[in-house]
Design a protein around this ligand. Structure first.
Ligand SMILES: *Cc1c(COP(=O)(O)O)cnc(C)c1O
Length: 343
């Protein structure tokens, strides 16, 4: 294909995307994001708040999320990759170098016993300016506090060792969402909540501890409806068969969008304000539901995959439980071809 043909095709694809033929989208409630940031601030009133917007704002759109969090008063934005930081820099995020201490995650960071050597090493290098100390909990979401307590002790000791060695530290921080919510002694100068800002909790036990509003509704619309007699098998592998005369609706969303294949025959969606069963293998671009009990269903009707409709709600925790993952992964898996729309 010539370069111009490719460019033209790109334009066509972009135009098609602009036209938004497909009704599948993720609606992001900026007010919910701002509300959740204020909740985090309230949970840690004496600390600064670094709003974590890595992984495209946990799948909510990093630019949308960063804007809302800054508007709501976030002091810092946190990303995982330098590339993510550079992409946000244009919008006013500022980065600084903080030393990372490994307090039990076993991933990156200096081990406590490596600190003295590191301090000595850095003393001879004026080009590296350490302005803070940070760490990350491995188990703050678990009920058993043993490893989290140890991590906090190691952090405090590491901090003291650095200060004793004459290393000024403007910011010390290690609290993620779980610790922001229920571990005030870990808050130090700054907390780094991620998931909670998007309105989900790190584990079900945190549900009652903070007033969080889910920021994302994942919606689509019926693209095809058909009546089938009892005994009709549906989708790849015929893993579901209609037991009664049924109305089957097709939705234009699939595992390529992050609607995971392992949800097959397990999950529900909201249609006409009711919970309706997903039926048959989830395909790459389509998924079927049993709309028999919603007699007024029409092509084009809105269907909620994640979120609220008519007082019913499907949460990220519900969906991730069904496909044996966690809300973090579920959000991040929602594909780039699902437009994020701010409301
Ligand atoms: C992802 C991440 C966070 C935020 O964690 P949540 O559990 O989403 O609150 C904080 N700090 C670091 C280093 C992270 O990688």
């Amino acid at each position: 294909m010539s370069e111009s043909a490719a460019a033209a095709l790109g334009d066509t694809a972009r135009r098609a995307f602009d036209l938004r033929v497909r009704p599948t989208e993720a609606r992001i409630d900026a007010h919910a994001l701002m509300h959740n940031l204020r909740e985090a601030r309230q949970a840690a009133p004496r600390s600064r708040v670094m709003a974590v917007v890595k992984a495209d704002g946990y799948g909510h759109g990093a630019a949308i999320a960063a804007k809302a969090f800054l508007q709501a008063g976030a002091d810092w934005l946190g990303v995982a990759l330098v590339e993510e930081g550079l992409a946000l820099r244009a919008r006013g995020a500022v980065a600084d170098a903080h030393l990372k201490l490994d307090t039990g995650m076993g991933r990156i960071g200096a081990l406590p016993e490596e600190l003295p050597g590191l301090i000595a090493h850095l003393r001879g290098r004026p080009e590296v300016r350490i302005t803070g100390l940070c760490s990350h909990f491995a188990n703050a979401d678990l009920r058993d506090p043993t490893s989290t307590r140890l991590a906090m002790e190691l952090f405090v000791e590491g901090r003291r060792a650095l200060l004793d060695a004459g290393q000024p530290l403007q910011l010390s921080h290690l609290a993620n969402s779980a610790a922001t919510i229920d571990l005030p002694s870990s808050h130090h100068d700054m907390v780094r909540p991620g998931l909670m800002l998007y309105g989900a909790v790190p584990a079900p036990r945190f549900a009652g501890l903070a007033d969080l509003k889910p920021a994302m509704s994942w919606v689509t619309g019926i693209s095809h409806l058909k009546r089938v007699p009892a005994g009709t098998p549906i989708s790849y592998g015929h893993r579901w068969t209609a037991r009664r005369d049924s109305v089957i609706a097709t939705l234009p969303v699939g595992y390529a969008d992050g609607y995971r294949r392992s949800l097959t025959n397990k999950t529900e969606v909201l249609l006409g304000g009711r919970r309706v069963k997903q039926v048959g293998t989830v395909c790459m671009d389509m998924v079927m539901i049993d709309a028999t009990d919603v007699p007024g269903a029409r092509v084009g009707d809105e269907v909620v995959l994640l979120g609220e409709q008519g007082g019913e709600r499907i949460t990220a925790q519900d969906l991730s439980d069904l496909c044996d993952t966690i809300p973090y992964e579920l959000f991040c898996a929602i594909g780039a071809r699902v437009p994020r729309v701010t409301i």
